[in-house]
Design a protein around this ligand. Sequence first.
Ligand SMILES: Cc1cc2nc3c(=O)[nH]c(=O)nc-3n(C[C@H](O)[C@H](O)[C@H](O)COP(=O)(O)OP(=O)(O)OC[C@H]3O[C@@H](n4cnc5c(N)ncnc54)[C@H](O)[C@@H]3O)c2cc1C
Ligand code: SF4
Length: 331
Amino acid sequence: MKPFAYLRPASVAEAVRAGAGHPGARFLGGGTNLVDLMKLGVESPGLLVDVSRLPLDRITRTDDGGLRIGATVRNSDLAAHPDVRGAYPALSQALLAGASGQLRNTATTGGNLLQRTRCPYFQDVSKPCNKRVPGSGCPAREGAHRYLAVLGHSQDCVATNPSDMAVALAALDATVQLHGPEGERTVPVTDFHRLPGDNPDQDTVIRPGELITEVVLPPPSDGAVSLYRKARDRASYAFALVSVAAVLSVRDGRVDRVSLAFGGVAHRPWRARVAEDLLRGAPPAEDAFARAVDGELEAARPLRDNAFKVDLARRMAVGALVELTSRAVPA
Ligand SMILES: Cc1cc2nc3c(=O)[nH]c(=O)nc-3n(C[C@H](O)[C@H](O)[C@H](O)COP(=O)(O)OP(=O)(O)OC[C@H]3O[C@@H](n4cnc5c(N)ncnc54)[C@H](O)[C@@H]3O)c2cc1C
Ligand code: SF4
């Protein structure tokens, strides 16, 4: 490991100043991803700005009945919070489906959103990888890509975003609050992660030196129910092959509010807008769900070894919507 400097700032302003003032700086949350990548030689920051003790560790109600989640709130605390379990079960379920108890006790909300892909070539510095070294190539396209993208990938990168939490946040219309050298801004989670295009080295729209300070959830919609489901190679401690977060409400026998997001299929949580548009106003029935999800998945471009993900995504999404329908309180 290369030597690096370490700073524990006392305030957000000090953290942002330090991050902006040192081109090789990285913010340190729980370190469960960043430190691993440093050990692998993928990351070699000159300065670690440890933000894990900043006073951003609270979960509070917003004036309109939503929830404000500080960036250093640990994944375990967020999953267990009564307001999250009660009003946003998809988020609690997504967090509990991720990693292990020990990791969740350490991992932070900000760090989880910015964790890097688990593409094996990205994590192996002896291999080319456009995300790690722009222009070096993408061996995953012809190599090991069973876990990788079926939607929205490019010639330059077929990686997936590994976060479970981000998929639930995308379906719940959460926003990310950023604090940077040029001030504060708010970005919807659905716009926070990028598709790879021809610059896959950029995972998100975050700018140099910007710190995530909080994530904000809007108030839950009346009568809406939500869930998160994850398919993986073993029952725990494994990343998603495919996951789905869904929110549904039914009014007058028709789908009223619906949001659907997939994980494990793209470079970012995949919000299924095509399916949602087809579903709004439709009867909440399995055949209507299947038609809408098929409409979404027409955009899928599976690789040699991951076509199974398209069928899996379809089954999981339809199953999730059927299950939510049985739980939705008719309005
Ligand atoms: C064995 C293993 C299994 C796992 N399985 C899963 C899984 O199934 N599902 C899943 O979702 N995750 C899984 N994870 C990943 C885990 O959830 C992440 O490592 C964790 O959420 C990252 O959070 P952290 O606080 O430790 O981030 P860190 O490692 O501290 O940081 C990650 C990145 O975020 C940046 N960062 C941190 N905080 C901020 C901030 N406030 N503002 C701006 N930048 C910031 C860092 O600079 C770094 O680039 C697994 C990890 C391991 C090691
Ligand atoms: S899929 Fe992306 S992360 Fe994986 S090798 Fe290709 S460029 Fe690198």
